[in-house]
Design a protein around this ligand. Sequence first.
Ligand code: AMP
Ligand code: ZN
Length: 477
Amino acid sequence: MTPLTFYNSLSRSLEEFRPLDPADVRVYSCGPTVYNYAHLGNLRAYVFTDTLARVLKWRAAEAGWGALTHVINITDVGHLQSDADAGEDKMEARAKATGQDIWAIAAHYTAAFKQNLRDLNIADPTAFPLATDHIVEMIAFGETIAAKHCYQLDGGLYFDVSTVPDYGRLARAREDEGESRIDPVAGKRHPQDFAIWRASDPGEHRQMEWDSPWGRGAPGWHLECSVMSRKYLGASFDIHTGGIDHREIHHPNEIAQNQAFCGCAATGATFWMHNNFLVDRTGKMAKSSGDFLTLQAVVDRGFHPLAYRLMCLQAHYRSEMEFSWDGLSAASVRLKRLVHAVDALRARAMSPGVSAASYRERLDAALADDLNTPRALPVLDELLADKRVAPADRLATVAGVDAVLGLGLLSLRREDLRVRPASATLDEAAVAARLMERREARAAKDFPRSDAIRDELAAAGVEVMDGDPLGWDWKLA
Ligand code: AMP
Ligand code: ZN
């Protein structure tokens, strides 16, 4: 069996994965800040973590591993407009701008995020803990590290990064680069020092604030992940994930807190893994801009959400990926082709042929190589097209690999993938009925009538597709 290797951002190299405790493989993924809908880039981060979780499950039986414990937190307090401790809390700013209750905002966007995950076939993690449910534990954590590692300013309690070994090893930023990106706060000892607790300004009333030994206020953003990862996964666990932006500030700060808490050099997780960004040349990938690409926008354009999942899997998670509607459209066609091929196999499931074992090995080798989905997908295409392999074994192998890809290849129906923009007002049942009449007319060689139905459908924006290689009977013109 090919060794399972992941790229570890700590060493900037591929390392073989061996869990600390084979009975319980433990993964923590930094979750969304729920002040708005997730954009497609955020969702790429969770397609990545889901692929990781699915590959770990796929290898579990052979490797003799037990449970997978996967935690995705929900950031409902503490994340400022800049990752580096500047600006307003994103949640508070949103509440002010919309005049809404901050708790209602958090609940609404948390539910929307979970719906996005379901639409993308992203398996539920073991737990989705909320930051605001852990304020007491965050304060206790702060109290443990305060004396040796923190100092108090008017703005709250700050972490002194010079008190831990090798601060910023994960980011590998040259000190001057890091400094220029961090807004100065009066009194900070080092530019990279960060807030453990942010005291509310005198006279300021936040919707979310709590009493603490450092004044009434709210926790710093990084604290929640140290506290929740430790609570749910222990002081040492296997993998911590996030987007590549987290490699620079959020994760180095989590590591510093973890080191301060344990009084040791351990970072918390053995592997730190980061997905690269989804970028959009039109600039629609910033949640803070207010105008950004959501999964709903994908659905409104008529695409199935899983076309976006396939688009993500076509790129390696560590490569930057560019979003375009053409790219999404191509992924949608590719998904239709896969579903069509599976349908065709089902019809011939009893036919004889050779074993698909060599394909299973190649698929496994690709996925074990740092989740190389772009390499696995063409192997899947090849398998589906290989007429020597017994259809039943081809189907079984597709089912197995789809447990990792999560594309729903055995449950999606081709109709599900028909492009249906939200703007189109079309009665699909009526179209199906007219097409049935047309088939009958053609069977009776009544071509004038068949053509008349075709023209009538064309006038309603429906293009009839005779002899389509994918077996489609119509599409929106
Ligand atoms: P946030 O809701 O901003 O806290 O981000 C949620 C997750 O999305 C984090 O892991 C981020 O690192 C990740 N992320 C943010 N922007 C992008 C992007 N454009 N492409 C991929 N991942 C992103
Ligand atoms: Zn985090």
